[in-house]
Ligand binder design. Structure first.
Ligand code: 4NP
Length: 157
């Protein structure tokens, strides 16, 4: 299974989701069964590492995302990934706009997997440190739900 997390800049929310979800996969013993990546719909930060505030917030939870580098959503992603998960509604709209009709991926909001039907992970970029903590809390909850979904799908394969 292959999972892609998508936000606007790929320096705050989606690299945080990638790091947290990898840690949850490891705890679940599923690291070898699931490929994980993240990207942004925008190109402003391509090649850059995560925002220092996202790095610090993740580090406080024992997660190191310092090696990640931002990239932009690419046409090949639609064929490669099984799940393309947006952090907010704008990201979701941008993903859908670039989506070819042949794409079979599940495209939706990440927080669906936290049992939140229409909720976004809010953009923390122009806010303070607490915003980054809130992002991680939401991501942790959705990661648990996504692990459960993948576990069920993998057991049916
Ligand atoms: P992200 O946060 O989409 O969670 O990576 C942002 C990063 C950069 C900008 C906005 C949001 N920006 O406007 O440059």
């Amino acid at each position: 299974m292959r999972v892609l997390f998508v936000c606007l800049g790929n320096i705050c929310r989606s690299p945080s989701a990638e790091g947290v979800f990898r840690a949850h996969l490891a705890q679940a013993g599923l690291t070898d069964r699931v490929e994980v990546d993240s990207c942004g719909v925008g190109d402003w930060h391509v090649g850059k590492g995560p925002d220092p505030r996202a790095l610090d917030a993740a580090r406080r939870r024992g997660i190191d995302i310092s090696a990640l580098r931002a990239r932009q959503l690419a046409p090949t992603d639609y064929q490669h990934f099984d799940y393309i998960l947006a952090m907010d509604h704008d990201n979701l709209e941008a993903i859908r706009q670039g989506c070819p009709s042949s794409c079979r991926a599940h495209i939706g909001l990440f927080l669906e997997f936290a049992g939140e039907r229409d909720r976004a992970v809010p953009d923390p970029y122009y806010g303070g440190e607490q915003g980054f903590e809130d992002v991680l809390d939401l991501i942790e909850a959705a990661s648990d739900g996504l692990i459960e979904e993948l576990r069920q799908r993998l057991s049916r394969q």
